[in-house]
Design a protein around this ligand. Sequence first.
Ligand code: AMP
Length: 214
Amino acid sequence: MKAIVLLGAPGAGKGTLAEAVRDQAGFQHISTGDILRAAVRDQTPTGLEAKKFMDAGELVPDSVIMRLVEERIAQGGPEDKFMFDGFPRTLAQAEMFDATLAKLDASVSQVFLLEVSPEAIVKRLGGRRICRGCGAVYNIAFIPPKQDGVCDSCGGELYQRDDDKEATVLNRLEVYNRQTASLVDFYDKKGVLVRVNAAGTPQEAVRDMLSKLR
Ligand code: AMP
C-alpha cells in the first residue's frame, strides 16, 4: 500500500490538485472533508455530530476522523494507492495514522506541502463556488463560470460552502495555524516533506507536484 498526504491551509488548492493527481497518477483521493460533507448531507449520526464543528470552522474530534479514515482504508481499492487530502490535521491524528499504517506494513511516503500566502487564501475561499450537480469547483474571481451561478459542464446550480463565508474562513485559517501547521515540522523531521508552489495557477501546482512525486 502507498500513502501520500496533501498538507496546506484551507484554500491552498488541495482538492483541485488531488483530482488532477488522481486522474494522472492513479491515486485514490480520500478527503475527510468530502466524507464528512456527505455524512452531513445524508444526516448520518456521524454527520449530525460533525456538523456543528464544521459550521464553526473547528476541527471534528480526532476519534471520529480516525474511524472514518480506517473504514475508508479497509474498503481498499483497485490499486491501494491512497492520497489523503485534509487529513491528518492534528499531531494526534498524524501519530494515530502512522500506527494504522504500520499495522498494514506501510508508512506515509511523501507529504506535499502546498505553499501559498494567507492573503491569496482569503480571496480564493471567499470566491469559491461549487456545483450542486457534479461537484466542479469555480472561483468567481479567477475561474468564473460562463454564466453566473450556473455550472459550465452540467448546468447545475453553483453554491458557496457555509464554511467559506468570511467569518468562518478566518477561523479555519486560525485553526490551521494553531493545530495543523505543526505537522510541517513533524513530517519534515521524518524526511518526507515536499514543498509545492501553490501560489500560481492550479495547472502550475499540478505540474510542480507531479514532477516531485516518486
Ligand atoms: P475541508 O474540506 O478539508 O476544508 O474540511 C472541512 C471541515 O471538515 C473542516 O473545517 C473540519 O471541520 C472538518 N474536517 C475535515 N477533515 C478533518 C480532519 N482531518 N480533522 C478534523 N476535522 C476535519
